[in-house]
Design a protein. Structure first.
Length: 276
């Protein structure tokens, strides 16, 4: 058994995993505006609630760049006090088991590849779409990190007058169209023509993002996670329409593009860091 942590600025999710299942969880709001010590203290308390003799390691996914070899996290998104936290050393000293730390999008990619829609592939990209854009890259059956897990930050690539993160995340809906993606989703499902047009535009943007992934990595599969993945049916058609102009149609045909349906994929991926 392993303990998996999905650390976010809104919630701290700690789970007890057994192979491909999360068997117990402790989820609490993150005291994101508090000091480094306060956040760490709560994290330790949540871990302690699930710790048992059978636990062989702790895997942690964080929304930041990570020195994954040393287990140091830098400038964690939405937790201002976490500028440089030697998380691996801190947790190993506290709990006496091996600890592995990585970027949260990488953890999603590992989970989807090992246990979800990416199973059976050697080369896969896990794309997380929510409040931002993240991606994790599997090459030759191994997670590719780059320096400080910085590989795959394709959301920061320039696109239109901003970047892909602006046009392919929840910011597209809230900042460009004045409402949440969830509300546009409800309206589109009810047949609202304006909302359908917004999702049409969003899908075309995602198609361009997928092209960037295809040009860069040419993976066997692109698996989409994050909050927006549940609305895949609303933007799949315009996304695929945009892909019709990709210059290598054989590559598009050979690439599985699908939303993740695996519950707790990021937590399962975090747990698998111990074996990776």
């Amino acid at each position: 058994m392993k303990i998996a942590i999905d650390l976010g600025g809104t919630n701290m999710r700690v789970g007890l995993t057994d192979e491909a299942k999360v068997v117990d969880t402790v989820i609490e709001p993150c005291p994101a505006k508090e000091s480094e010590e306060v956040v760490l203290s709560q994290l330790k308390r949540q871990i302690a609630q699930l710790m048992r003799p059978e636990v062989t390691g702790i895997g942690v996914g964080v929304p930041s760049v990570v020195d994954y070899k040393q287990g140091i996290v830098y400038n964690v998104a939405n937790i201002p006090a976490w500028k440089e936290v030697h998380l691996k050393d801190i947790l190993e000293k506290e709990f006496g088991v091996r600890v592995a730390v990585n970027n949260d999008a990488n953890c999603f990619a590992l989970g989807a590849w090992r246990y979800g829609e990416g199973q059976g592939t050697s080369d896969m990209v896990g794309l997380t779409m929510g409040t931002g854009i993240g991606s994790g890259i599997i090459i030759g059956g191994k997670l590719y990190n780059g320096v400080n897990t910085g590989a795959g930050e394709i959301g920061s690539l320039p696109f239109k007058d901003a970047d892909y993160e602006f046009y392919c995340s929840s910011r597209f809906f809230s900042q460009l169209h004045g409402d949440t993606g969830a509300n546009f989703g409800k309206r589109a499902q009810a047949g609202d023509k304006e909302a359908i047009a917004v999702w049409q535009e969003f899908g075309q943007n995602v198609g361009e993002l997928i092209k960037a992934v295809l040009f860069t990595y040419a993976p066997e599969a692109i698996i989409i996670g994050g909050g927006i993945a549940s609305a895949f049916s609303l933007f799949e058609a315009p996304m695929r329409q945009a892909l019709e102009s990709f210059p290598y149609p054989e590559n598009v045909a050979a690439t599985r593009i699908a939303p993740s349906t695996l519950p707790n994929a990021a937590m399962l991926g975090a747990a698998s860091l111990i074996d990776n």
